[in-house]
Design a protein around this ligand. Structure first.
Ligand code: FAD
Length: 142
């Protein structure tokens, strides 16, 4: 739907440290921010080890992204997985019905993945610990 205030549309992919910092940094700007994340929550990753070792509960290190941005009137949050970026059409396509979200400016803050330096067979012995699911799994096995 076109923005009734004719603001430039800023789409941010990722609601981690980077995406949230970008969204907050735009809070006083004349833009319409759409932050897209495939989960509904922010994870404070530096404390994932404490979740894995059962020192903290998962809820201690997560917060709903909508809650974090609840006072930001120029921002909306969409829970969806971005599958494709089409720079020619200036849209990102998300998982549900391959819906296209238009943008004037795009910020990609999707984080990083761990690597096993060509030895993917190590993964079953040394899971990444970067996700909430991996830390919870380690916690159950400990
Ligand atoms: C165990 C651990 C300890 C750490 N300790 C420290 C520390 O002490 N100090 C420090 O500075 N840093 C630390 N880090 C690193 C720090 O947490 C990361 O650098 C930081 O989280 C990266 O932020 P980001 O926004 O780039 O990515 P992330 O925080 O990973 O956020 C990426 C977001 O993008 C979303 N996403 C990804 N792909 C898609 C997609 N296709 N569609 C929709 N959404 C998508 C994800 O769901 C996620 O919410 C640590 C990391 C870990 C794992």
């Amino acid at each position: 739907m076109p923005d009734p205030l004719h603001r430039p549309r800023v789409v941010i992919v990722g609601g981690g440290f980077g995406g949230l910092a970008a969204a907050r940094g735009l809070r006083h700007e004349h833009v319409a921010v759409t932050l897209i994340d495939r989960t509904n929550h922010f994870i404070f990753q530096p404390l994932l080890y404490q979740v894995a070792t059962a020192a903290l509960a998962p809820s201690d290190i997560t917060a709903p992204i909508r809650w974090v941005l609840r006072h930001q009137r120029n921002a909306e949050v969409l829970m969806a997985e971005v599958r494709e970026i089409d720079p020619q059409q200036r849209v990102v396509r998300v998982d549900d019905d391959r819906r296209a979200i238009p943008y004037d400016y795009l910020i990609v803050a999707t984080g990083s993945r761990h690597a096993y330096f060509g030895h993917n067979e190590y993964a079953r012995h040394a899971p990444s610990g970067v996700s909430w699911a991996a830390s919870s799994s380690a916690r159950q096995r400990a």
